[in-house]
Write a protein that binds this ligand. Structure first.
Ligand SMILES: C[S@@+](CC[C@H](N)C(=O)[O-])C[C@H]1O[C@@H](n2cnc3c(N)ncnc32)[C@H](O)[C@@H]1O
Length: 356
C-alpha cells in the first residue's frame, strides 16, 4: 500500500520525537494544513463525499430551524443587532436554507441582521461564497471564532464537536493508559500504551469513575470541547448556542457494555474503525459526552436550557401549519429521516445553552 504525503509527515514526526498521543495524531489527520481531512482542497461533504449531515436532507432542517431562530430572537426582546453564526458550515446548505427562509418570510428585515460563517477550510469558504452569492451583503466569513468580537444572537454548531481530536484511554492491570501512536519496524503506524496524562485521569474521575474498575476497557475523552466552549463563552455577549451532534450522557457513554468506545472513520460512505488507513482522506469522529458539555458550559457562565433528542427538538418546533407546509412541499419523507429513530432522530442529540 502506498504511503500518503500526510502519513509520511506523521511517520517522520514520530521517528524524530517518539510516540505521539492519539489526539495529536487525530489533529494532524484532520487539520494538518492542506493535507488533513478538513483542510484538503478537494474536500466534499454529501453525496460526492464521505458522509451526510442533517443539512443535506433538503431544506427541511433549515426551515424548521429558522422558526426556532425567530422564536429565540423574540424571546431575547427582538434585538436590533441579532446575528446567526454557524460554525463549520461545510457546503453551505444549511446557511442557504436558513437565508432563503428568512428572505421568503421577511424575517429580520428591519434590523441590522448578519449571518456569520466560521469555516477553517479555504476551499469550503469558496464553495460557500458561490452558493450564497445572493446574500453576501448579509454574510461575514471568518476562519476562526476567535476573530469575532462580540455576538448577540444564536450560534449553530452542527456536527463539529464529533470531529475535534480525542484522547483514547485504556484500563490495563488496574492502571489507566493512553493510546499513543508510533512507527513499527515495517514503517507502519501502530499503537502503544503509555501512562495517562493527569488531565485525562481528572476527566475520568469526574465523568466516569466507574471505568477504573473495568479491566481492558477502552474509550475516548474529548478535552478539545472544553476549549471550544470557553471560546464560545468569550465571544457570545448575549444569546444562545445550539449543538447538534451524535452523543450520549456520561452513563450511556461510559457504560460497561461499550468496551471499545465510539471512534469511527467515514470514507466514501463506508464506516471503518481504523484511523491509520486513508490518512487525510477519511473523517475520524467520536460521539460527544453531553454531560461534559453541560458541566463545562456552566463553569463558563452558560445556562443549560435543553438537552434532548433531535427528534423531540424538531417536533417541538413544528405546529400543524408547518407540518402541512412540509407535506405540500413534498418534504415529509426528509422530515421523517430527521426525526425517526432509524434515521437521525435518536442518534443525534441537541443541547441548547443560553447566556444573558
Ligand atoms: C462534519 S462537517 C459539518 C458540516 C456542516 N455543519 C453540516 O452540517 O453539513 C465539519 C465542518 O466544520 C469545519 N470545521 C471543522 N473544525 C472547525 C473549526 N474548529 N472551526 C471552524 N470550522 C471547522 C469543516 O471544515 C467542515 O466544514
Amino acid at each position: 500500500m502506498t504511503t500518503s504525503p500526510l502519513e509520511k509527515i506523521i511517520i517522520q514526526k514520530i521517528k524524530s520525537q517518539g510516540p505521539i498521543p492519539f489526539d495529536e495524531f487525530m489533529h494532524m489527520a484532520l487539520y494538518y494544513p492542506e493535507l488533513g481531512y478538513y483542510m484538503r482542497k478537494d474536500i466534499k461533504i454529501g453525496r460526492e463525499g464521505d458522509f451526510f449531515t442533517a443539512s443535506h436532507l433538503g431544506k427541511v432542517f433549515g426551515i424548521i430551524l429558522t422558526k426556532a431562530l425567530l422564536k429565540i430572537w423574540q424571546k431575547m426582546g427582538c434585538p436590533d443587532n441579532f446575528s446567526i453564526t454557524e460554525i463549520g458550515p461545510g457546503m453551505g446548505y444549511l446557511a442557504q436554507d436558513i437565508l432563503e427562509e428568512i428572505e421568503a418570510r421577511d424575517f429580520f428585515s428591519d434590523i441590522k441582521f448578519k449571518y456569520i460563517l466560521i469555516e477553517i477550510n479555504p476551499e469550503l469558504r469558496k464553495i460557500q461564497k458561490q452558493r450564497l452569492n445572493k446574500y453576501t451583503d448579509k454574510i461575514i466569513w471568518q476562519d476562526s471564532i476567535n476573530k469575532i468580537n462580540s455576538l448577540t444572537g444564536v450560534v449553530i454548531v452542527n456536527e463539529i464537536l464529533d470531529a475535534l481530536p480525542v484522547r483514547v484511554f485504556q484500563i490495563k492491570n488496574n492502571k489507566t493508559f493512553e493510546v499513543y501512536v508510533y512507527v513499527d519496524e515495517k514503517e507502519n503506524l501502530t499503537e502503544t500504551l503509555l501512562p495517562a496524562r493527569d488531565d485525562t485521569i481528572a476527566y475520568l474521575e469526574e465523568f466516569a469513575p466507574q471505568v477504573f474498575e473495568f479491566e481492558g476497557y477502552r474509550s475516548e475523552i474529548n478535552l478539545a470541547i472544553r476549549d471550544f466552549i470557553k471560546q464560545l463563552a468569550s465571544v457570545l455577549n448575549r444569546g444562545y448556542v445550539i449543538f447538534f451532534d451524535y452523543g450520549y450522557d456520561r452513563e450511556e457513554y461510559f457504560s460497561p457494555q461499550r468496551t471499545r468506545g465510539t471512534l469511527l472513520c467515514y470514507y466514501r460512505h463506508t464506516i471503518n474503525e481504523n484511523p491509520y488507513v486513508n490518512i487525510g482522506q477519511q473523517d475520524i469522529t467520536s460521539h460527544v459526552n453531553f454531560s461534559a458539555i453541560e458541566q463545562w458550559a456552566k463553569e463558563v457562565g452558560f445556562n443549560v436550557e435543553k438537552y434532548t433528542s433531535q427528534s423531540k427538538f424538531l417536533i417541538s418546533i413544528c405546529d400543524e401549519n408547518l407540518l402541512m407546509r412540509l407535506d405540500q412541499e413534498g418534504l415529509i419523507d426528509k422530515f421523517k429521516r430527521l426525526v425517526l429513530p432509524q434515521g437521525m432522530g435518536e442518534t443525534h442529540r441537541v443541547m441548547i445553552l443560553s447566556k444573558d
